[in-house]
Design a protein around this ligand. Sequence first.
Ligand SMILES: [Zn+2]
Ligand SMILES: [Zn+2]
Length: 322
Amino acid sequence: MRAEPDRVDWPRVMPFVFLHVGCLGAIWTGTSTFAVCFAIALYFLRMFAVTGIHHRYFSHKTYSTSRPVQFLLAIWAATAVQRGSLWWAYHHRHHHVHSDDPEDAHSPHVHGFLWSHIGWITSRRNFPTDYSKIKDLAKFPELVWLNRFDLVVPILYAVFTLVLGMILERFAPSLNTNGPQMLIWGFFISTTALFHGTACINSMAHLMGKRRYQTTDDSRNSFILSLICLGEGWHNNHHRYQSATRNGFYWWEIDLTYYGLKMLSWAGLIWGFKPVPKSILEEGKLGLAAKKTATSGAHAQSKKNSETDSETEVNSSFAADV
Ligand SMILES: [Zn+2]
Ligand SMILES: [Zn+2]
């Protein structure tokens, strides 16, 4: 399956060109406060689906749910226009096994920034879903169907934004929006931003930020990426321990996906959250403490050096006086 050539497959670039060029439609449809707010809200709602469903449920099974809710979650995640949950999970699990080694489909260290950000998705090598590697998910025919016909939900979502805009134009004219405007903002602009936000985890989260855990890859923790991607920026934590529902291991590591999942659990829709083991938390604290000691050691050393320098200056000026 991975014997296909690993290079840009131009026909597969076209959907991305279509998505990006579509954003320019705003020049003709114009902008309204409502359409922009809708685009932002749908960015975060669908980012939550990418992180909380594609990633923390299908890829890592960090919580449990019923079969009907699992199907609904897969539909929600499919509105993100990042192919099916099974494709997503298969490639993501592959990333964890091969992080930053030559087999990794999207390592910025092996293939460069642009390839890790967008190029790899266009490669024919990364197009199929190897169902033999995700048997726990492939046993559900409804999920396989959603994965096989991964354009159905995105098309329905695009139609939804268009129809919603038409309804609002008719019944709420004070909002100053219409069908085409809602399609451009709610589908094209919001989805393009969502793609780049998600892709930052593949590219930037292995380049930017700090490493608390000495993992075998170059994953990093970044507060900024955590805000953009609702908690996924704590990527070094996640590479150290993938099975936890939380990616922000400590209370100060904001993880909005985790808070959202908590709300779904209070509604009784999901359950069985997997915690971060105490040993991993301790290891993280030791890592921080070691870094602090190293930093304060360096500070103390530089302070000592500067004191020695000033003593030398005093001594030399004294010597000069003498
Ligand atoms: Zn990674
Ligand atoms: Zn992961």
